[in-house]
Design a protein around this ligand. Structure first.
Ligand code: GSH
Length: 207
């Protein structure tokens, strides 16, 4: 039996950032362990057969993945509530999370194509297709946010955490492709407001 919960992360992962922010907001006592799943000596595959972070390890040794499941699990441990209790509200927040996660997925596809594939095998058509998903997703988020401070209701939810994590990752990986803050100023305003909070500021992705 471990003493504490553990969260296995990489410091660039937007999915891991989502879990870190949720755990910090809930004031949970957890140990963060950095393990880059791309490295040959990674231990992540022993915890998650998919070889991906984040993984949440309970003191009893149960490994919980992926980030959406982790967030649901954390919801059972402590407040504040980040997922609405009422079924329809919950679906709306989960839908927003799925959209933000999809933007992360497209971003990761581009990262993998550019950085993990030999140059001669890279396919620009695939990269362009992923960028289209990202831009359609960001445009949809602008519409969904409107002039509200939060995506759902009048308090912070997993939707906001997921969107901020996606935006931070886009800034990290694609600053030479486009400036998301200039193209989507409404989202930049939203992100800047969240960055006033320690949980968001302390989890900015670093290379
Ligand atoms: N759907 C998963 C995605 C996790 C994911 O793709 N993590 C990336 C890091 S950002 C990873 O571990 N990639 C390693 C790999 O794909 O082999 C989640 O929400 O946790």
């Amino acid at each position: 039996m471990r003493e504490k919960h553990q969260l296995i992360v990489s410091l660039t992962s937007p999915y891991a950032r989502k879990a870190r922010i949720a755990a910090q907001l809930k004031n949970l006592d957890f140990e963060m362990i950095v393990d880059v799943p791309w490295n040959d000596d990674t231990g992540v595959i022993t915890l998650n057969p998919l070889g991906k972070v984040p993984v949440w390890l309970t003191p009893a040794g149960e490994a919980i993945y992926d980030s959406r499941v982790i967030v649901e699990f954390l919801e059972t441990l402590a407040e504040p509530e980040l997922l609405p209790d009422n079924p329809l509200g919950r679906i709306k927040v989960k839908q927003l999370e799925a959209l933000a996660d999809g933007i992360m997925d497209a971003s990761l596809c581009i990262f993998a194509e550019r950085k993990k594939r030999p140059n001669e095998l890279q396919y620009q058509g695939w990269i362009d297709r992923q960028f289209e998903k990202i831009h359609r997703g960001l445009a949809k988020l602008v519409t969904l946010l409107g002039d509200k401070p939060y995506f759902f209701g009048d308090t912070l939810s997993v939707a906001d955490i997921a969107v901020a994590s996606a935006l931070g990752y886009i800034g990290l990986r694609f600053s030479e492709d486009f400036c998301w803050q200039d193209q989507y100023p409404e989202l930049a305003h939203f992100y800047d407001a969240l960055m006033e909070r320690p949980s968001f500021k302390e989890t900015v992705p670093v290379l």
